[in-house]
Design a protein around this ligand. Sequence first.
Ligand SMILES: [Zn+2]
Length: 251
Amino acid sequence: MNTMKKRLWRDFLILVVLFLGAWIFFIYNPVVDSEVVKETYINKEKELKDKLVDLLDYKIADGDTTQLLRSLGELKHLVSDKDIVYDLYYSDSREINAYALPSNMIVINRGIILECDTPEELIGVIAHELGHLKMKHHTDKLITALSIELLLPGSGSTAGEVTKILTQNAFSRDMETEADDYAIKKMKELGISPNYLAKLFKKMYKKSDLIPEFLNTHPGMNKRISKFSKYPFEESKLEFTFDWLKVKNSL
Ligand SMILES: [Zn+2]
């Protein structure tokens, strides 16, 4: 046999061995069982969520503990979607930011609460983040990065390292547009003018040293502000059981 033929035979044999190997592997390892895969994935997500809450010291809204968490719980109750069960968390970070995370989590920082002159502005923020959850914008990239950082044995990541991952994994411009559109729809449903969010955006835009997640997509910011400004401002008729100023002063 000449070398050419020998090489062909060798390649053919390698293919046969690989095929048989894969076949035997799948017979003895039922990884293709979608239920098992799904369950493993859900367990990992839960584990990830617990670690994040623990490491970054998130406090869940709805709790009976403080005025702040009760009022956030009330806002969460208003911003609901029949397709999504989510948890709203408070983070004691001064960064003017809010973000959505895998496992249907929305995190609101102290910094952004202090920027909101009215609860309606914060409702707009929550609605925008809920839009990201609804449209499943969470990239596998973020989940993988967090899993490596938090779930690998011996990984002793600091809160700072994890926060860096969270803020670096920004959504695309298209995703932001979708979340904005969802926020507009939600605010209208609740009888709140989307202009409330334009007010908040303008205040934050002036403080661009602390760039929030939903303002972070560089050019086009003015476009986003004008999109929300298009809606005439009308005082919302929503009533709350808390005094927003008191809530803010408690921070
Ligand atoms: Zn966003």
